[in-house]
Design a protein around this ligand. Structure first.
Ligand code: ZN
Ligand code: ZN
Length: 276
């Protein structure tokens, strides 16, 4: 059977740090990495440790052209960059986007500052792919071609972050992590970004009960994800950016509670595939 036109694949749904353990292996321990296939185009959102398995898949599928979008560059979202093998292939074309900076840092500088001795032996100069580093500032819209449009919004997170809404073939999928919500009413700009989307992947690091202890950490709760979906008419909520030490049983309980409140809620995990 042919692949669907619009496909979302999760390669890593854990937040902050990969923390594999026997208690939390059911849903994967790799950090944030999401792939979207829109027709023949490949879009990647963040390259946390989940990028290793993604990298193998891109090679298997002979993908030689893709767009990579960073939400921001905290370690859990960028640590897989040096391990993305297609970037070392001179026949590959890639465009890499970042727009979260609160100063004049560019996307290229971000990669250079991250991949530099003595922290890492390989620098971006050793990438052989034809890479176009692109900078933008939310709420700028991006047009990667292929009939895809991408809306962006700034997210409330230390050092800045960007949320994306990808629209293709009459459907929309939002990638909204890492974000700390403020107050009891969802942010109007964010509500606008995700309004009517088929799927929203959302930072559900904490529960509302835990949230008070973690104010200022830059993360949200599954309950806020539900409130946002309800306020904005979003079809499905993908619970994402799980706490590193969150065990399988806890995650199952979160999914159960979330589904009881909002039937469109599903737990994000390594290997999950969705069609909007
Ligand atoms: Zn994160
Ligand atoms: Zn972060």
């Amino acid at each position: 059977m042919a692949e669907p036109q619009f496909l979302v694949r999760i390669w890593g749904a854990r937040g902050s740090l990969p923390a594999p353990a026997s208690e939390n292996c059911a849903f994967g321990s790799d950090t944030c990495c999401v792939e979207m296939r829109c027709g023949g185009r490949v879009l990647i959102f963040d390259v946390g440790s989940g990028a290793q398995a993604l990298s193998a898949r891109l090679s298997d599928d002979g993908i030689d052209d893709f767009d990579l979008f960073f939400s921001h560059c905290h370690f859990d979202h960028i640590m897989g960059l040096p391990f993305l093998k297609p970037l070392y292939d001179h026949t590959v074309k890639a465009r890499i986007y970042a727009g979260h900076f609160e100063d004049a840092t560019t996307c290229r500088e971000m990669a250079e500052r991250f991949m530099t001795p003595p922290f890492f032996p390989v620098t971006p100069n050793q990438f052989e792919a034809q890479i176009d580093f692109r900078d933008f500032r939310p709420p700028e819209s991006l047009s990667p071609g292929g009939g895809i449009t991408i809306a962006t919004a700034r997210l409330n997170h230390p050092n800045g972050c960007v949320g994306y809404r990808v629209s293709f073939g009459g459907h929309s999928v939002c990638y909204v992590t890492d974000i700390e919500h403020v107050g009891s009413t969802p942010d109007p700009d964010l509500t606008t970004l995700v309004r009517g989307a088929d799927i929203m992947i959302y930072d559900c690091m904490y529960t509302d009960e835990e949230f008070d202890h973690y104010r200022g950490y830059g993360h949200s709760t599954w309950e806020e994800g539900v409130r946002l979906c309800e306020a904005a008419g979003v079809g499905r909520l993908v619970i994402f950016h799980h706490r590193p030490g969150r065990g399988d049983e806890e995650l199952r309980a979160i999914e159960r509670d979330a589904k009881a409140r909002f039937p469109g809620a599903i737990l994000g995990y390594t290997g999950l595939e969705l069609t909007p």
